[in-house]
Ligand binder design. Structure first.
Ligand SMILES: NC(=O)c1ccc[n+]([C@@H]2O[C@H](COP(=O)([O-])OP(=O)(O)OC[C@H]3O[C@@H](n4cnc5c(N)ncnc54)[C@H](OP(=O)(O)O)[C@@H]3O)[C@@H](O)[C@H]2O)c1
Length: 293
């Protein structure tokens, strides 16, 4: 990874933090996108102290807001003429309905829209840097999910949640999160199709169930259940293995459009392999983001 530039979101914590530090240890220059200045400066300081050979940097943006996604993508594109790897990793699960200032459902906005808008904004840089890679952190939480294009942001799912859902999953938040992760896989699939032959690859992954800060802020029963389950979860170091592999291994230099688990290609749900849905999701997302398709 010596001489390579890696742009990564969600590296102030969890698997993103371990991934950034591991890739920096391999010689990469890390360009982070973070939202919280305190955690961002701590993360940057750790990188600069442990791996001082190259000039790691950080940009700030709340990736649940469209204007911020676009602003940071434009700043990055201006400042970084060459990008070898883009890792879309920032994510969260909101237990109840929160709308962003754009009127988007928060889990959908952060977990899906930000991947799309950042990649769109850095597209020319990735193309100009080929061979380059886009890696999207998805999840096996997608397996039970299904998209409804009449309710893409799951507003009805929040309004119509039932008792059984509360008993089994602590409310509708998990279902909505699963849909956002299904979006990650469909987005990766369509991105790979559109980038075919350009030298830019696009893959996604399930990191495993990992003990990070994930779920701490989801609220209510969801946070409680995740906190208990984390006792049996992987460490962030184990959770980062597939991300590091996809960013750095020569074995996957020409692999694109795949979903990985434990550093191996895996088969996602049937719906996650639906090319027509992937195309439609792309078009709907471009419309919501108000960017050219
Ligand atoms: N943990 C698991 O078991 C698991 C399983 C499958 C998939 N995943 C996926 O793995 C990815 C990373 O999660 P993690 O487990 O490492 O969780 P984490 O420790 O909570 O890290 C999440 C990262 O996303 C950032 N983030 C959250 N909201 C943001 C916003 N509005 N704008 C910009 N950045 C924001 C956080 O920044 P702050 O430091 O400011 O909060 C943090 O750096 C997510 O996409 C998640 O869906 C996790």
């Amino acid at each position: 990874m010596r001489g390579k530039v890696v742009v990564i979101t969600g590296a102030t914590s969890g698997i993103g933090q371990v991934t950034a530090e591991t890739l920096a240890g391999m010689g990469a220059r890390i360009v982070q996108v973070a939202r919280d200045h305190g955690r961002g400066e701590d993360a940057l300081k750790r990188l600069r102290t442990r791996f001082p050979e190259v000039a790691h940097s950080i940009y700030y943006a709340d990736l649940s807001r469209l204007s911020e996604m676009k602003r940071v993508a434009s700043e990055l594109a201006q400042a970084e003429p060459h990008i070898d790897v883009l890792i879309n990793n920032a994510g969260a699960m909101f237990g109840s309905l929160h709308l962003t200032e754009d009127g988007l459902e928060s889990t959908f906005a952060l977990n899906h829209m930000a991947y799309f808008v950042l990649t769109h904004g850095l597209r020319e840089r990735l193309l100009g840097s080929a061979p380059s890679r886009v890696i999207n952190t998805a999840s096996d939480a997608h397996t039970a999910a299904s998209l409804d294009f009449n309710d893409l942001q799951s507003l009805q799912a929040f309004h119509n949640s039932n008792f059984l859902e509360w008993m089994r999953f602590g409310g509708p938040g998990f279902k909505v999160y699963g849909r956002s992760k299904l979006c990650n896989i469909l987005f990766t699939r369509e991105l790979a199709r559109r980038l075919a032959g350009t030298g830019v690859t696009a893959n996604c992954l399930h990191p495993g169930f990992v003990a990070t800060r994930f779920g701490d802020q989801s609220g209510g029963l969801i946070s409680f259940s995740i906190r208990i389950a984390k006792r049996f979860a992987l460490s962030p170091e184990q959770g980062a293995e597939t991300l590091v592999y996809l960013a750095s291994s020569p074995e996957v230099a020409n692999v694109t459009g795949q979903y990985f688990d434990k550093c191996r290609p895996a088969t996602p749900s049937r719906e996650a392999q639906d090319d027509a849905k992937a195309r439609r999701l792309w078009e709907e997302t471009a419309r919501l983001a108000q960017v050219e398709d």
